[in-house]
Design a protein around this ligand. Structure first.
Ligand SMILES: Cc1ncc(COP(=O)(O)O)c(C=O)c1O
Length: 393
């Protein structure tokens, strides 16, 4: 049996490409603020995670250029041996202070943060409990860990409690959730998670990839939103969304971070964050702390768009964030609406099984603090005309 047999007979992507209804790996030819060029046509981006509009911010770009001039393009080494620069150490100190935790540790991506933290902390004698809808990087982290994995129904705290009750006393327990669930924009029930972790002697880790910089009075994420930062043991996030960079971090107690630092294979055996990415994240952190108007504008946009799309007849589920899922409940119509919107001049992301159950097929929209009122009107017009043309609303 040839290992490549499955590749030779794999035609699904090609068929979708030939039909014109292939939404993945879209080639973006040029970028200008919230507009991108695809197939030579200018379209409005409503599908990125550039929540605060910082990827082309002048301060961020200047910081990146200066860092490259001073330190070059790469560290060419891992944090462990030869890739720890003052830039890494200083940014980690600033992050820990911002997040009001003892220590921070940066990884080269958010994915690696989850892989590295989870597999370092949980082992054969432990149990990891995860919400069914957590991000793939958490699932993969659990697979690398050798720990037993227990999944509970999405945001179902009774199901989690039932599962916690049944665990043997002698096993370490780690509960991991997305603070904001990335496809549907709903929040983890952090107050109840904190109650349960205390009752059942577990530790709690929150993936705040979609909420640091956005949620909470100071942008510290969902734990701050619920006023429970002290009670969440570990918060991780990515630099690839609100921070408009590349990388990730975890924050927690010093002893725990020190352990992760010396046991995390994703950290030790991979090159450290580049000077450019560190500089972008550092400048973005400063902007997050000093320009709260970006968060406020983002919230105003999110509320308006959720309200208007709902009024139009669309279902937007339980979102409480700038991620607004427009549920179509039918994969064929989801692709048709996505295609209509693309031709109309709007870039969105269709989400189908296995990312969500087939009956939950949706168009994922995500908003940016720098979307203008005209942009919002244009998006609403596209959804209205597309929804009518396809018979969704
Ligand atoms: C919830 C969540 N966690 C982790 C990640 C991984 O982050 P990164 O893109 O930095 O690898 C993402 C990004 O897609 C995410 O949405």
């Amino acid at each position: 049996m040839d290992l490549f047999e499955k590749c030779m007979t794999y035609t699904r992507a090609e068929e979708a490409q030939n039909s014109g209804l292939y939404p993945y790996f879209t080639e973006i030819q040029d970028v200008d603020g919230n507009h991108v060029w695809v197939d030579g046509k200018k379209i409005l981006m409503v599908g990125s995670n550039n929540y605060l509009g910082l990827f082309d911010n002048e301060r961020v770009k200047t910081a990146v250029i200066e860092a490259v001039r001073k330190y070059g393009s790469s560290t060419c080494g891992s944090r462990f041996l030869n890739g720890t620069y003052t830039l890494h150490v200083e940014l980690e100190k600033r992050i820990a202070q911002f997040m009001q935790k003892e220590e921070a540790l940066c990884f080269s991506t958010g994915m690696q943060t989850n892989l590295g933290v989870i597999s370092a902390l949980a082992g054969r004698n432990d149990v990891i409990l995860i919400d069914r809808m957590v991000h793939a990087s958490i699932v993969d982290g659990t697979r690398l860990s050798f720990a037993d994995v227990v999944k509970y129904r999405h945001n179902d705290m009774q199901d989690l409690e039932d599962k916690l009750k049944r665990l043997p006393e002698d096993k370490g327990r780690l509960i991991i959730v997305d603070g904001v669930f990335s496809m549907e924009g709903d929040l983890a029930n952090v107050p109840e998670l904190v109650r349960l972790k205390k009752k059942y002697n577990a530790r709690l880790m929150v993936d705040d990839a979609h909420s640091v910089g956005i949620m909470g009075r100071n942008g510290r994420g969902t734990a701050e939103h619920f006023n429970l930062l002290d009670d969440v043991d570990l918060v991780m996030t990515t630099f690839s969304k609100a921070f408009a960079s590349l990388g990730g971090y975890v924050v927690g107690d010093s002893k725990v971070i020190q352990y992760i630092r010396h046991h995390s294979r994703a950290l030790i055996f991979s090159a450290s964050i580049t000077p450019a990415s560190l500089a972008a994240a550092g400048e973005a952190l400063d902007i997050i702390q000093t320009e709260p108007w970006r968060r406020e504008r983002l919230w105003q946009i999110s509320e308006t768009m959720n309200r208007e799309l709902t009024a139009m007849g669309y279902h937007t589920g339980n979102t409480e964030t700038p991620i607004i899922p427009v549920f179509i409940h039918d994969e064929d119509k989801t692709f048709k609406l996505w295609y209509f919107l693309r031709n109309f001049g709007i870039f969105t992301n269709p989400v189908i099984a296995p990312a969500v159950p087939p009956e939950d097929a949706l168009i994922r929209t995500s908003f940016t603090a720098t979307h203008t009122d005209e942009d919002l009107e244009f998006i609403l017009r596209g959804f209205y005309e597309g929804g009518k043309a396809i018979g969704i609303i």
